[in-house]
Design a protein around this ligand. Structure first.
Ligand code: SF4
Length: 212
C-alpha cells in the first residue's frame, strides 16, 4: 500500500468509529491487565462473562491473592486454559503486590516480567490503559496487515515494527483497535467481506471477494 492509501485507509476507519475501544470490559488498569491475561486463545465475550462475576468480588492484586487459587479458578472455569491462566494471574498479583505496591507498572520491561504477560499483552496495556502508541499484533492484525499490503511480514514482531513505521502518527494510538475490529467483523479469516468493506479502494488484496 502506498503512503496515500494508508492515510485514506485509516481516515476512513477513523470517520466510521472515531473513538474505538477494546471489547474487553474493564474499569481499571489492573482489570484490563487481568482481562487480557485471561483472553489468550479465548473470546472477549467469554472473558467478559467470567470477569463480570470475578471483578465485583476481586479487582485488585491483593483481593485476587485473597481468593486463593481454587477460589480464582471457580470464577474463570469457563475460560480455556483456566488452570494455567489462574496460576499465572496469582503469580503476577504476588509480584504486583510485593514489587509494585499493588499497582500495574507503566513499563514494558516490568510488564513482560509478569508471568503470563508477553509482548502482546504488554502492548495492549501500554496502549489502552496508558495511551502509548504501541501495536499489539494479534491474529486479526497479523492477517489484515498481510492481506491488505499494509505491513506484510512473516512474524508478528516484524508486522508490529512495520506498522509502527507506516501508520501515520495521528492514527497510531487507535490503529490497534481499528485493525482488530476490522479483522474481526469485515476482513475475516476465511472469506473477507470485501463487498461491504469501507476500505476496499485502498487495499491491495486481489481478487476481492464478490457479493454473495
Ligand atoms: S477489501 Fe477485502 S481484503 Fe481488503 S481490507 Fe477489505 S475485506 Fe479485507
Amino acid at each position: 500500500m502506498t503512503p496515500q492509501a494508508i492515510e485514506s485507509f485509516f481516515s476512513t476507519l477513523h470517520a466510521a468509529n472515531p473513538q474505538p475501544v477494546t471489547e474487553l470490559e474493564y474499569t481499571s488498569v489492573f482489570e484490563l491487565l487481568a482481562a487480557v491475561l485471561l483472553s489468550a486463545q479465548a473470546t472477549d465475550v467469554g472473558v467478559n462473562k467470567a470477569t463480570r462475576r470475578l471483578f465485583p468480588v476481586a479487582n485488585t492484586p491483593q483481593k485476587i491473592l485473597d481468593l486463593g487459587l481454587d477460589g480464582l479458578e471457580s470464577y474463570i472455569k469457563t475460560i480455556g486454559l483456566y488452570h494455567s491462566k489462574a496460576r499465572h494471574l496469582m503469580q503476577a498479583c504476588r509480584i504486583l503486590v510485593e514489587q509494585h505496591g499493588g499497582e500495574v507498572p507503566r513499563s514494558r520491561e516490568a510488564l513482560e516480567a509478569l508471568p503470563g504477560v508477553g509482548r502482546k499483552t504488554a502492548n495492549v496495556v501500554l496502549n489502552s490503559a496508558f495511551g502509548e502508541p504501541t501495536m499489539a499484533v494479534d491474529t486479526h492484525i497479523f492477517r489484515v496487515a498481510n492481506r491488505t499490503g499494509l505491513a506484510p511480514a512473516k512474524t508478528p514482531l516484524e508486522v508490529e515494527k512495520k506498522l509502527l513505521k507506516r501508520v501515520p502518527a495521528k492514527f497510531l494510538i487507535d490503529a490497534h483497535h481499528w485493525l482488530i475490529l476490522h479483522g474481526r467483523y469485515v476482513c475475516v479469516a476465511r472469506k473477507p467481506k470485501c463487498w461491504e468493506c469501507s476500505v476496499a479502494a485502498y487495499c491491495d488484496f486481489k481478487p476481492k471477494t464478490p457479493r454473495p
